[in-house]
Structure formats: structure tokens, C-alpha cells
Write a protein that binds this ligand. Structure first.
Ligand SMILES: Cc1cc2nc3c(=O)[nH]c(=O)nc-3n(C[C@H](O)[C@H](O)[C@H](O)COP(=O)(O)O)c2cc1C
Length: 218
């Protein structure tokens, strides 16, 4: 009888331990990205010759170094003294935030720390576009404008400038992908209201475009 109780106790402990381990492992953590590789890449004119939209993706995950390079190329800080970035922004508002949606969940890119901060622990890739490939590719970038940072202008201008600024960022990603043989597509056909709701974004944060990135299928 005692032996049976002991065994039962050990079993319960094991179940409890396993479940807590799983839930801890499931929590998103800050990812301090490796420094971007600024010496890599092919000559600009060759890259422009290769730049294209691709809509077929492998499910293969992108290594952290590649994610680091993509985000820095997109809108990283390239002049630390002034905090200015790899893409221009009207009035230097720097109003575009990049969220990264992956299988594990959603992260927010912090350019100052060059890190990914946990945002939500849910796979929302299917909401980042209406086309099936968004759920196949490992990464979908979500470009979100913070209208509060755009001081001294009206709503119409905010919409115009945040769209223009996102264009520069997404082109940087296109060029990096062309240089590295990655597949990418920028997406306007996304239910922005639905995505803003899924992400529980405050009303002054607006989804502008999304962009799928991954390896081409083998
Ligand atoms: C603002 C914008 C929105 C776009 N939206 C989508 C989209 O929702 N889905 C898609 O498959 N491609 C989308 N594209 C990609 C275009 O279809 C693509 O750039 C165009 O066909 C030209 O092809 P290329 O990029 O290979 O030159 C978009 C491109 C831009 C610039």
C-alpha cells in the first residue's frame, strides 16, 4: 500500500513538473539578436537586377543571424550618434514599428537594443494576408505606424507619410532578400482592421503593410 502511494506521488510530481516545464518553455523570451553582418551582400546593381516578388516559400526556419540582418536592413539604426535609420522617414518621425509574426508568436523589433521583444504568444501568420503562403513561410513582418509620433500634421498626411515610409522599409527587405536568395512578398491585401484586432493594437497604431519572408521551396 505504502509503495503504491509512493509511486502515485512520484507520478503526480512528474506530471506537475512536466507541465510546468512545458509552460515555461512555451513563454516567449526577449531575443537579443546577433550584430547584423554589414560586410555581407552582393553588389547593389546585381541585387537590383535580382529583386522580385516570390509567393512560394519553404517552411524552413530562418536563422537568428538572417533575422538580425533582415531587421537591421529594414529599419535598423545605421548612425548610432543620431539614432537615424537604414530607411528615411518623413520629419524623422520614425513612426513605423516592425512586428515579427512566427510560429512561436509575435515579437516587436527594438532597434535601439537590436532585439526582439515578446508581444504575444500566438501564431497569427494566417491573419497577415489573405494568401495561403503567409502560414507556410516562417516569418511575416507587420509594419505598424504609430500616429502619435507624427506630431503637427493631420490624419490624411499621417496616412500618406506612413505609407510612403513603409515603402522604403519594405524595399530594403526586398533588396536584402534579393542579395541572399531569400523569397519575399509585400502584402497590401490584408484585412488590416481584423489584424489590428487580433494584435489588440491601440487605435493610434495602424497596420500599413505586411511582408512575408522565407526560403524559396527546394
Ligand atoms: C503596396 C504593394 C502591395 C502589394 N500587395 C500584394 C499582395 O497583397 N499580394 C501579393 O501577392 N503581392 C502584392 N504585392 C506585390 C506586387 O504584386 C508585385 O510587386 C508586382 O506584381 C510586381 O512584381 P515584382 O515585385 O516581382 O516586380 C504588392 C506590392 C506593393 C508595392
Amino acid at each position: 500500500m505504502n509503495k503504491w502511494r509512493c509511486l502515485k506521488g512520484a507520478l503526480l510530481f512528474l506530471i506537475f513538473f512536466a507541465s510546468t516545464t512545458v509552460s515555461v518553455a512555451g513563454e516567449l523570451q526577449t531575443i537579443k539578436l546577433p550584430a547584423p553582418d554589414k560586410k555581407g551582400g552582393r553588389p547593389l546593381m546585381q541585387v537590383l537586377n535580382e529583386r522580385r516578388t516570390s509567393r512560394e516559400f519553404s517552411t524552413r526556419e530562418l536563422p537568428e543571424q538572417v533575422i538580425s540582418n533582415i531587421l537591421w536592413a529594414a529599419f535598423g539604426i545605421n548612425r548610432p550618434a543620431s539614432g537615424k535609420r537604414t530607411a528615411p522617414s518623413a520629419v524623422n518621425w520614425q513612426e513605423i514599428d516592425i512586428y515579427l509574426a512566427s510560429r512561436e508568436g509575435v515579437y516587436l523589433y527594438d532597434p535601439g537594443e537590436h532585439s526582439l521583444e515578446p508581444y504575444m504568444e500566438e501564431d497569427i501568420r494566417e491573419h497577415t494576408g489573405r494568401q495561403k503562403f503567409t502560414s507556410v513561410a516562417p516569418v511575416n513582418l507587420i509594419y505598424v505606424a504609430d500616429h502619435r509620433r507624427m506630431k503637427g500634421t493631420d490624419d490624411q498626411q499621417k496616412i500618406f507619410y506612413s505609407a510612403a515610409d513603409t515603402g522604403f522599409i519594405s524595399q530594403n527587405v526586398y533588396l536584402y532578400c534579393a542579395s541572399e536568395g531569400l523569397a519575399t512578398v509585400v502584402i497590401g491585401a490584408v484585412d488590416k482592421k481584423a489584424l489590428e484586432k487580433v494584435m489588440a493594437l491601440e487605435p493610434h497604431r495602424k497596420v500599413i503593410l505586411t511582408q512575408t519572408v522565407g526560403y524559396p521551396p527546394r
